[in-house]
Write a protein that binds this ligand. Structure first.
Ligand SMILES: Nc1nc2c(ncn2[C@@H]2O[C@H](COP(=O)(O)OP(=O)(O)OP(=O)(O)O)[C@@H](O)[C@H]2O)c(=O)[nH]1
Ligand SMILES: [Mg+2]
Length: 334
């Protein structure tokens, strides 16, 4: 685990730990310095003012890693599975980045501590970067910060980036829009199959992993999911979600998960879907940044007289709010 921000002696890493020297940090990250990688992700996560510089410096490395999202209910086994996948990917000689995203709390909490413990196996492996992120501070939220963090890991030479997100509705969908391949983890007896349909998870899952297959009810969960997949309408050549079972805690079924990811990757490339997904991802990213900037500018208008003047007219009925909003936007454009 290379989240050395907390591990390395302060004296040795002081300059990198607090640096805003973007070219230096990017150069060091390119050379594989984990402290520089950690620092760049911190700058991204906190929405630091040098963020545009970071993004510009990392742009050439976009798209170099395969991004795999893992999502599912709390405790379903995402971190355990991630840990095992890292092992399998390392055995293939890949450099691997892991982002553990906590969308629910603005502060780093217990779940992330658990992630660390369960990914300790790779703590001393220089070919693995593991990083937890929370939504603290960032204007555009994690949906804006996460793609940039992926770019940092791409810049650092990761071939594969695994993104773990606790499934809490909308966040799952956002992770899916970030990933080339999305794994949705379920466990027997959690009512997950039904939940999955409710939350629209069926649409975002490329691979279903029924983890904790050592527990009763795994067969029924697999059947439920397969039944739901069978109901979906698919055109010729369209991807049919795979269902695999695993016992991540014992390292069982991990090869099957890896094989399903490979198969999906092959399909993406064969159907030009990789390009389409990545362009959609870039569009969402640009949109989030533009909206953030627009929001900031509207905020600054609020300090001036423009909004106050328009608001007074709307309040007294001299102007309708839609026309007022149009005027406000026209002022922003000018
Ligand atoms: N019985 C059984 N337990 C498992 C299996 N996989 C993981 N666990 C256990 O389930 C618990 C939660 O595992 P995690 O990997 O932390 O789950 P998670 O989805 O990352 O959890 P959050 O990040 O808190 O949402 C741990 O105690 C694991 O040891 C499995 O295949 N079978
Ligand atoms: Mg976890």
């Amino acid at each position: 685990m290379s989240d050395v921000v907390e591990n390395a002696p302060a004296a040795a890493t002081g300059s990198v730990r607090r640096s805003r020297d973007v070219p230096m940090l990017v150069e060091r990250a390119r050379a594989g310095d984990p402290r520089a990688v950690a620092r760049l992700i911190t700058l991204v996560e906190s929405g630091d003012e040098v963020l545009p510089q970071v993004a510009a410096a990392l742009a050439p490395y976009a798209g170099q890693a395969q991004v795999v999202g893992l999502t599912g209910s709390p405790g379903v086994g995402k971190s355990t599975t991630t840990n095992e996948l890292v092992r399998a990917l390392r055995a293939r000689g890949h450099r691997v980045g892991v982002l553990a995203i906590d969308p629910s709390s603005p502060f780093t909490g217990g779940a992330i501590l658990g992630d660390r413990v369960r990914m300790q196996d790779h703590a001393t492996d220089p070919g693995v970067y593991i990083r937890s992120m929370s939504s603290r501070g960032h204007l555009g939220g994690l949906s804006a910060a996460t793609p940039q963090a992926v770019r940092v890991l791409e810049g650092a030479g990761c071939d594969v980036v695994l993104v773990e997100t606790v499934g809490v509705g909308q966040a799952e969908v956002e992770v899916a829009s970030l990933a080339d391949t999305t794994l949705v983890l379920l466990a027997p007896g959690m009512g997950d199959a039904i939940q999955a349909v409710k939350a629209g998870i069926l649409e975002i899952a490329d691979v279903f992993v029924v983890n904790k297959a050592d527990r009763d009810g795994a067969d029924a969960t697999v059947r439920d999911i397969q039944g739901m997949i069978a109901l979906g309408e698919r055109g010729p050549g369209e991807w049919r979600p795979q269902v695999v079972r695993s016992i991540a805690a014992r390292g069982e079924g991990i090869d099957d998960i890896a094989a399903a990811i490979d198969k999906h990757r092959g399909w993406l490339e064969q159907h030009d879907e990789l390009r389409r997904r990545r362009e959609a991802r870039a569009a969402a990213e640009v949109e989030a940044i533009a909206l953030g900037a627009l929001r900031a500018r509207i905020g600054s208008l609020r300090d001036g007289t423009e909004l106050a003047t328009l608001a007074a007219k709307v309040a007294e009925g001299a102007l309708d709010p839609y026309a007022a909003a149009d005027e406000l936007l026209a002022q922003l454009g000018g």
